[in-house]
Ligand binder design. Structure first.
Ligand code: SIN
Ligand code: FE
Length: 292
């Protein structure tokens, strides 16, 4: 299947609380599409303007994150600055939560809130290893935190105060990626999974599902031909734009942009509207076995 702008679905709403959710939004997001809204209000107060500087970031850190318990990591500055930063991130967290609860009401009782991040660095001049380079198309997978198929639902907002877009590439559907790379991923080893758990590399035992997801992430990022030639679109998300996707399924890359916030939620596969659309189900079918 070729990718087209159908991979992007626009939601028209001026309010973070969606009055009449359309049933197709859940179908779309569970098929790996990216949903976006361009008319939501997110006011940055005069007082908050000074937070838009990389000086607010601890040296050698990429993001600032606000944990579910209200503690903040990665920020430096006066007590007043940090307080203002917390309030800004919390405001986004609350609005992102309202958006997700109203867009997908059936997820609501089952979502788990992960930390909220503020990303003040310019993406295009970041220096990283190929594996950590999010300018390459990939699906999200956690090397140290096995998730056994649990879904990674993310809400992003571009809060750039100077008008710069956050430029994303969006790649082909997950099933194409799985079919292309699955046979190239080295076989799962239970002994190796035990070893890396013992060494503290992973927080719990890496399942075969987690092994494959990391394998797909790495296979995509390390394949420069694929990066250039695979079916993809470019989408410059303008400041003020909010977008949502299952980032473990929607192939994505960020090419440029500065100042973004992101909220992650975890969702059990069984609580999707259509669990058979999940990466876990797609991969299990292709492998003809249970992976967790
Ligand atoms: C990513 O999840 O790959 C990064 C997205 C972004 O920073 O825009
Ligand atoms: Fe990513």
């Amino acid at each position: 299947m070729k990718i087209s702008y159908k991979q992007l679905v626009k939601i028209e709403s001026k309010s973070w609380s969606l009055k009449k959710p359309k049933p197709h939004w859940a179908i779309d997001i569970e098929e790996g599409k990216v949903l976006y809204l361009e008319s939501l209000q997110f006011k940055i107060s005069k007082n908050e303007k000074k937070l838009f500087s990389h000086n607010i970031l601890e040296p050698n850190t990429r993001n600032i994150s606000l944990n579910a318990d209200g503690s903040i990591k990665g920020a430096v500055g006066t007590e007043e600055d940090v307080k203002a930063l917390k309030a800004l991130i919390l405001r986004f967290r609350n609005q992102a939560t309202t958006l997700i609860f109203t867009a997908f009401p059936e997820y609501k009782p089952y979502l788990k809130l992960a930390p909220t991040s503020f990303r003040p660095l310019e993406v295009s001049d970041r220096v990283t290893s190929w594996r950590a380079d999010d300018r390459r198309l990939h699906v999200d997978a956690f090397p140290s935190r096995p998730n056994y198929g649990e879904r990674i639902l993310r809400v992003f907002i571009n809060v750039n105060p100077e008008g710069a877009p956050r430029v994303w590439r969006i790649g082909e559907p997950f099933s194409n990626i799985a079919s292309k790379y699955l046979e190239k991923i080295k076989p799962y080893s239970y002994i190796y999974a035990k070893l890396i758990k013992f060494l503290g590399v992973t927080k719990s035992l890496r399942s075969e599902y987690d092994h494959i997801m990391i394998g797909l992430h790495d296979a995509m990022k390390s394949d420069m031909q694929y990066q250039k030639k695979s079916s993809q679109i470019t989408m410059p998300f303008k400041p003020g734009t909010v977008w949502i996707c299952f980032s473990d399924q929607a192939s994505h890359a960020v090419m440029s942009g500065q100042y973004m916030m992101e909220q992650t939620f975890y969702l059990p596969v069984s609580k999707q509207y259509n669990p058979e659309k999940s990466p876990l189900s797609i991969l299990s079918k292709l492998k003809k076995k249970d992976l967790i």
